[in-house]
Design a protein around this ligand. Structure first.
Ligand code: NIG
Ligand code: FE
Length: 412
């Protein structure tokens, strides 16, 4: 049977394609789960005229964007770190807390103690909150298990969330998040085990779409990251890095040498990093919620990134330590106000450029023929409202794989 054709008409389209066009009298034709045609309604292909009324959706002049993409999250975790936040409010730093055995290690203990079912149940409401804002694709990292079995548990829960909810999940192995106690004083042995045993095993189970590393004084060195990247490359897996968040370790330059999908955070990066990322086609992923929540003052080098023409993405970084947030719209607001992105940059940052940061640019992130039929209909007067409201969600409806989602679709 040929796949059904559907018409979505009477829409204002923020295409987020290479030309970032806005069509004030636009329409979309979808076939099966893909977009077949996008353009002015006046130029609709003839096939559209023959469609039965049930196949035609009148979007009543509303604005439509591609489904939003949250390209950097640690959404699967157990417990909270509210007590650490309270300590930070009293002046203790994130680094100090990490060095004294808290931070990522505190969440590691909670994740190791949790069953897969508990992890799923704690993570599901966070995912539901993101989906309510029109997120249709999300990246979820491991990195709080730090044993082979517990990293696998996290990644399986991430995959399970993707089956239970109307969302595309990309998984990233972040075993190199911090050094677990079993390897105290032996970071190279830890990297060796990830490279030799964990990575091949987890990949063989279909649990890894990309490999990430936290390069930092309190985490891993550039040499260790390089060994991980070489191993990932040998398995055909793309890489990315938590880079230059608290200090400049040279992680972005390394990431660029390995043609990383993205280099993320970048508060301590500069013009050299911006140019290297642009030349490598790596996306700069900005995480303003972490900047906000850590009370940072060092901003990523936005002017240099712009000057180098580096693609800019914006993500929630949802995690229990530095960014306990489940709002991509709020991340857009913070990216504009705190980092100085324009409204257009923020929107491309959660659509086209976010797709690129996940290696999905050819199939997601814009309204164009051949792309997934994932889009969001908004109650806004202009797309600028998407990074403007603070804590208000103007989503009207979400269409995923050309199906209008039942709403509220906050339960699997
Ligand atoms: O993206 N920087 C390292 N990883 C996370 C924080 C993880 C945590 O504190 O639990 C981040 O900010
Ligand atoms: Fe992160």
């Amino acid at each position: 049977m040929p796949e059904p054709l559907k018409l979505w008409r009477n829409a204002k389209l923020a295409t987020c394609d290479e030309r970032a066009r806005c069509l004030e009298r636009g329409a979309l034709l979808t076939r099966g789960a893909r977009i077949e045609w996008v353009g002015d309604e006046a130029a609709l292909p003839a096939a559209a005229a023959a469609l039965a009324p049930a196949q035609v959706h009148d979007l009543e002049g509303a604005w439509v964007t591609p489904g939003l993409i949250d390209c950097h999250t640690h959404l699967v975790f157990a417990g909270t770190r509210a007590a650490e936040y309270a300590q930070r409010l009293r002046g203790r730093s994130y680094e100090e807390i990490a060095r004294s055995g808290g931070g990522i290690l505190a969440t590691m203990r909670a994740v190791r103690a949790a069953s897969a079912a508990q992890l799923f149940d704690e993570s599901a409401p966070r995912l539901a909150a993101l989906l309510a804002e029109g997120v249709t694709t999300i990246e979820i990292k491991s990195g709080y298990g730090l044993t082979l079995a517990d990293e696998a548990k996290m990644l399986r829960v991430a995959r399970e969330l993707g089956r239970a909810f109307p969302v595309t999940v990309r998984t990233t192995l972040l075993a190199a998040h911090t050094l677990p106690p079993e390897y105290a004083g032996r970071p190279d042995a830890y990297i060796d085990d990830i490279v030799r045993e964990w990575l091949p095993a987890l990949k063989a189970e279909g649990l890894v779409d990309a490999v990430d590393v936290f390069c930092e004084r309190i985490a891993f060195s550039v040499d260790q990251a390089q060994r991980l990247f070489v191993a990932a490359g040998a398995l055909g897996l793309p890489v990315k890095a938590h880079a230059e968040q608290l200090s400049n370790q040279g992680a972005s330059l390394l990431a660029a040498r390995h043609r990383a999908l993205s280099s993320d955070h970048l508060e301590y990066a500069g013009a050299a990093e911006a140019a290297a990322l642009a030349a490598a086609g790596s996306v700069a992923v900005l995480l303003p919620v972490a900047f906000y929540c850590l009370g940072d003052s060092q901003r990523p080098p936005i002017q240099a990134l712009r000057a180098a023409n580096t693609a800019l993405a914006v993500a929630s970084d949802c995690n229990p330590g530095s960014a306990p947030g489940t709002s991509l719209l709020l991340a857009m607001s913070m990216a504009t106000r705190l980092f100085g992105l324009t409204s257009e940059e923020a929107l491309l940052g959660v659509t086209r450029h976010a797709a690129q940061a996940l290696g999905l640019g050819a199939e997601r992130g814009s309204l164009a023929a051949g792309q997934a039929a994932d889009f969001v209909v908004w109650n806004v007067r202009s797309p600028e409202e998407l990074g403007y409201w603070i804590g208000f969600n103007p989503r009207r409806s979400v269409i995923r794989a050309a199906e209008v989602q039942r709403w509220p679709n906050t339960n699997p």
